[in-house]
Design a binder for this molecule. Structure first.
Ligand SMILES: Nc1nc2c(ncn2[C@@H]2O[C@H](COP(=O)(O)OP(=O)(O)OP(=O)(O)O)[C@@H](O)[C@H]2O)c(=O)[nH]1
Length: 566
């Protein structure tokens, strides 16, 4: 008699394998790999994006720096003129020509409008209005003691303005406006007949009124953008201006005015051919002053919420970046200017750029990797499933008899041994029925081996239908069966054997097309009740002896004891 010997796994391995079948382990592994690859790709894109944004910011910073330099040149110019005027106020020139100008002013000052020209090849004409006009307005005054000096200083600045216009070909409008009712400009402001209107427009312009003691107590530079009333209609202009003071007296204002085209020129110079993205200059109130787009292309306006979002960002920072739906905006405040510089990047530009290409390549790689991963997951899952099906079927085959589907000899004794031990521990009995078909050889001989097999299957089915779930039935020989009944007494087992015997004998079995056959079987029963022995091999040998007795005494009967007298 052979026992099925199985190697017992350590307890922890059993517990682990109960919670983790191979399919689940495969799922978890693939999920972890997918998760990590996704995290890595995402991280990579985030790092790339950071690098991209900081490179964008750097480019913007460079342009802002250049633009600042451009503005600084104009500020320096203004400061230079202002210093020139202050020097002239302190130590006026005493040339005869200049003295003549003063005399001419004294002659003309009461006129409605006037102009004084010294030598128009070297300096610029001064245009003025009457004493009466000046007296009318509180902002204006001719009562300063240095009036003569101011006039000659103006002519000197005129000389400088003229020089910078002709030598440097400056196209911006440069102006000095005096509170004493006169002005000088490098480019004519219009017809000479309209001096009063021109002077009025100058002293009411925002860059002039910005320099009253009240509006500009620090007496510094001011940048302004405003809608100016020009002959061709209202246009936005930009001006940088500086008050001219001498010994705490405010004489007037020096200003350089720019058209938006000139601002665009400054911006283009600052960009220095940097092609990617669009640069825009806005004033503090978010009015667009210049865009780097080619002339004729209209910059797409920022929406009101976008402007509001930007304006809020400026409040707290000097530079930053904001992502809008279809564009990314980097911005930086301009140090020398009351406004900000924007670099606008559209999404499709981003996609076409290095960052976009690399991100797309990374995304594609990720997609490729993921699809390969999913594919291999499907394949491995299928392999694992096939393997476990195969394992189950091999296990079943190792434990069962293929013909009758009952336990085979070795597994039956293995399981029965355990069940007997359990019954013994619980104080219950265990019984064994051994049965053998009668004259089976004849069936084989008469009807063939196949018919014999049919009979075996039929008997196995009858046994299976009679026993309880806890009972164990196996085929232990050719036409020999053994049934182990844990918890059953000898009487129970005998009754069960009798039931099975009657059932086997009561039915005709269909053999072939029309032939039927009635068969019978002999039974031997033993139980631990008798001698208190729970050893299955022993009990089976006793039952086998009683089976032999049943055969001897006529077959088709159950024998429950050795000295059977029936
Ligand atoms: N068809 C078929 N026959 C089998 C199988 N295993 C054993 N046998 C046959 O079963 C027969 C057993 O015959 P015996 O041991 O002489 O017993 P018997 O003819 O049943 O006579 P008693 O047991 O004395 O009633 C033999 O002829 C075996 O060839 C099987 O799996 N299928």
């Amino acid at each position: 008699m052979h026992h099925v010997t199985r190697v017992e796994n350590p307890r922890w391995l059993n517990r682990l394998s109960r919670y983790s079948n191979p399919g689940r382990v495969v799922n978890v592994c693939f999920f972890v790999v997918l998760l990590f690859s996704t995290l890595l790709t995402w991280r990579e894109v985030a790092v790339l994006e950071d690098a991209y944004i900081s490179s964008q910011r750097n480019t913007l910073e460079n342009v802002a720096h250049e633009f600042n330099n451009q503005l600084q040149i104009n500020i320096d110019r203004l400061t230079f003129y202002r210093n020139g005027m202050q020097a002239a106020l302190r130590t006026p020139l005493t040339f005869e020509g200049i003295n003549r100008a003063d005399a001419e002013f004294q002659r003309k000052r009461a006129l409605h409008q006037w102009s004084i020209s010294l030598d128009n090849r070297r300096t610029l004409p001064v245009h003025g209005v009457s004493d009466a006009f000046v007296d009318e307005t509180t902002l204006l005054s001719r009562d300063n003691t240095l009036l003569g000096n101011e006039l000659t200083a103006t002519l000197e600045v005129g000389y400088l303005l003229r020089l910078s216009t002709t030598l440097k070909r400056t196209t911006q409008q440069m102006i000095y406006v005096s509170r004493a009712g006169f002005f000088i400009a490098n480019n004519p402001l219009g017809s000479n007949d309209e001096t009063v209107e021109q002077y009025y427009a100058l002293v009411t312009s925002p860059w002039f009124t910005a320099h009253t003691e009240h509006n500009n107590p620090q007496r510094g530079i001011r940048w302004l953008s405003w809608m100016a009333d020009m002959p061709k209609g209202e246009v936005r202009r930009v001006a940088v201006s500086l008050p001219v003071d001498y010994e705490h007296y405010w004489h007037g204002v020096l200003a350089i005015e720019f058209s938006l085209a000139q601002m665009k020129q400054l911006l283009t110079t600052a960009i220095q051919g940097e092609a990617e993205g669009e640069y825009r200059l806005y004033d503090r109130k978010m009015n667009l002053l210049a865009s780097s787009l080619a002339p004729g292309t209209t910059p797409s306006p920022l929406s009101a919420p976008e402007k509001a979002q930007l304006a809020q960002a400026f409040e707290h920072d000097d530079r930053g970046g904001l992502r809008f739906t279809t564009r990314y905006v980097n911005w930086e405040k301009i140090r020398n200017f009351d406004g900000i510089l924007l670099r606008i990047h559209n999404l499709d530009e981003g996609v076409r750029g290095d960052f976009g290409t690399i991100s797309i390549a990374l995304g594609l790689l990720w997609a490729l990797f993921t699809s390969m991963l999913i594919l291999s997951w499907v394949v491995i899952r299928r392999m694992v499933r096939n393997m476990s099906t195969l394992q189950e079927s091999l296990q079943w085959q190792a434990w069962h008899d293929g013909l009758t589907r009952l336990y085979n000899r070795s597994s039956l004794f293995d399981l029965a041994g355990k069940a007997a031990k359990q019954s013994e521990a619980q104080g219950l009995s265990v019984s064994v029925i051994q049965l053998d078909l009668d004259y089976f050889k004849r069936i084989n001989d008469r009807f063939g081996h196949q018919a014999g097999d049919r009979v075996l299957t039929h008997v196995a089915g009858t046994i299976g239908a009679q026993i309880r779930e806890t009972d164990l039935a196996g085929r232990v020989g050719g036409e020999e069966f053994c049934i182990v009944l844990p918890g059953a007494s000898r009487e129970d087992a005998c009754a069960m054997a009798e039931r099975i015997r009657a059932r086997i004998h009561s039915r005709e079995i269909l053999i072939g097309k029309s032939a039927t056959l009635r068969i019978s079987a002999s039974f031997g029963v033993s139980s631990s009740d008798e001698k208190g022995m729970f050893d299955i091999e022993y009990l089976q040998s006793i039952a086998d002896g009683r089976l032999y007795l049943a055969k001897q005494t006529g077959r088709n009967r159950v024998c429950c004891q050795d000295d059977d007298s029936q």
